[in-house]
Each structure stands twice: as C-alpha cells, then as structure tokens.
Design a protein around this ligand. Structure first.
Ligand code: HPA
Length: 272
C-alpha cells in the first residue's frame, strides 16, 4: 500500500523532473523562500503530484522545487505534512522515499522547536546532534520495505557527523552562533504542559518539536546521510510565565530565517 503510493509519486517525478536531485532540503515554516534562489528552478505543486500528501498547516506552502545550487542538484520541499494532521507516519515520508528512489543521497531537515535547555533563547539555531522519539510513531512499522533497507536499521549515526560539521562550518564562516543539542519529537498538535517539559529535560532533550524524526528514520533506514537544524522559536511551556502560540513560532522563525538560509546555502556549497 505504502510502496504503491511511493511508486506513484516516484513515477511522476521520474517522468517530469529535469534535474534529478542528489541533496534534499526540507524547509520548515518561514524558510520556504530559500527555494526562490535555486537556479534553473522547476516548481511542482504537491497537489498536482499523484499520491503526494498535502499539508493543511498555515505557513507550509506545499511545493517541491528542483534545480541547482552551487553546482549541486537539489530538491527543496517547501512545507511538509505532520503526523498530527492525521496522516500515518508512513504517509508523512512518502515524498522523501520517492526522492530517495529518484537519487537523493543526503538530507537536511529544518524545523521550528521549543527550547528546553535553559541556556537557549528564542531565535537561537540548534544543530541536532541526536533525537529522542517520544511518540512511538515510526514510518518503519508494518512490512519492511526491503528495497530501502533492513528490518532493524541502526540509528547510531542517524545524524551524520560530516554533515553536522558542514552546517557548523557554514555557520562559523558567516559568524552565526549555533547551539548543538538533542531534539525530542512529541506528537502535538497541542504544545506540551510545563510538567511534560520538566520530564523532557530530565530525559535529556534540549529542544522539542512535532516533526523531523519520521524523515530521519526513513533516511537512516535507506542509508541516506542526514542532518537537521532547529530554529528555537520559543522557550517550551512553563519556562517563561507566558502562553505559547503558533503566531509566536512564526514570528520568531521569521527573525532567524535569514541566518538559517545562510547556513543552508553554505551547507550546500560544502556537501556538493
Ligand atoms: N513545542 C513543540 N513544538 C514546537 C514548539 C514547542 O514549544 N515550538 C515550535 N514547535
């Protein structure tokens, strides 16, 4: 069933995409405009791709942009679907798996996250060293898709050290300070309670969010090297004496967006 959907998306892309991508960048909320800088850009609306899951969240454009950056064949996903929208976890990674079939070998994920580490501030950028999956959701459940990888894939190097180093170097070269830490995925769509955030901190997370882990699992399963970075859009619940809302996430995300786009660009230059 899942494989049929992946193949549906793959077949369409294989027939229509002019520049087959080597690197995939998933642009989270507020970062979509990075794709506007792609050369020889070919833009496909998710809704026109048969089998493609379409996002319902405001701020997620829903377009795939193919082309070249710094001589690298790249695919940018502007927007993505989340498990909390009601999609199965396997459905959320249909686009990525289709892109992997198309030839993607490296993946950069971006997301918005709440800061759990008390040393963080809203607007900080965190390079993800590792994750904790606190959802029990995984795109790998069900019959194993042998075409992609093994039944019991290793996650020891889910976040590739060389790719993290490329992000770090891109940040340093542009004098952009970055944090490093562990991202914990919770299902959402409600933000966490203050007590959940205390628990999350004890468990070793520096930031929390509602995405990214499914794609990282699917990529690692397929032997695709991955890395990810978070924009800390807010301090997680209970740290500051104020309510959390999506507007704040979007506003702070917009402030850090230029720096994140600069890091993405330096990353592409380095990993090509
Ligand atoms: N919690 C979960 N997801 C998030 C948050 C948060 O505080 N901020 C942005 N995404």
């Amino acid at each position: 069933m899942t494989m049929d959907r992946i193949n549906q998306v793959y077949s369409y892309l294989n027939e229509n995409v002019k520049t087959k991508p080597d690197v995939c960048v998933v642009l989270g909320s507020g970062l979509g405009s990075y794709a506007d800088t792609i050369e020889d850009a070919q833009v496909l609306d998710y809704k026109n791709i048969p089998g493609f899951p379409v996002s319902t969240v405001p701020g997620h454009a829903g377009r795939l942009v193919f082309g070249k950056k710094h001589g690298v064949n790249i695919a940018c996903m502007q927007g993505r679907v989340h498990c909390y929208e009601g999609y199965s976890t396997a459905e959320t990674v249909i686009p990525l798996r289709a892109l992997i079939k198309l030839g993607v070998k490296k993946l950069l994920m971006t997301n918005a996250a709440g800061g759990v580490n008390m040393d963080f501030s809203p607007g900080d950028i965190m390079l993800i060293r590792d994750h904790i999956n606190f959802t029990s959701l995984t795109p790998l459940e069900g019959p194993n898709l042998d075409e992609f990888g093994p039944r019991f894939p290793d996650m020891s190097y889910a976040y590739d050290k060389e790719l993290i180093a490329a992000l770090d170097a891109a940040a340093k070269d542009n004098n952009i300070p970055v944090q490093k830490g562990v991202y914990m995925m919770l299902k959402g769509p409600s933000f966490e309670t203050p007590s959940e955030i205390k628990a999350v901190r004890i468990l070793g997370a520096d930031a929390v969010g509602m995405s990214t882990v499914p794609e990282i699992l699917a990529a690692a399963h397929a032997g695709v090297k991955s890395c990810a970075m978070s924009c800390i859009t807010n301090m997680a619940a209970g740290i500051l004496d104020q309510p959390l809302n999506h507007e704040e996430v979007m506003e702070t995300g917009a402030i850090a967006a230029d720096n994140i786009k600069t890091i993405i660009d330096g990353f592409i230059q380095r990993v090509g």
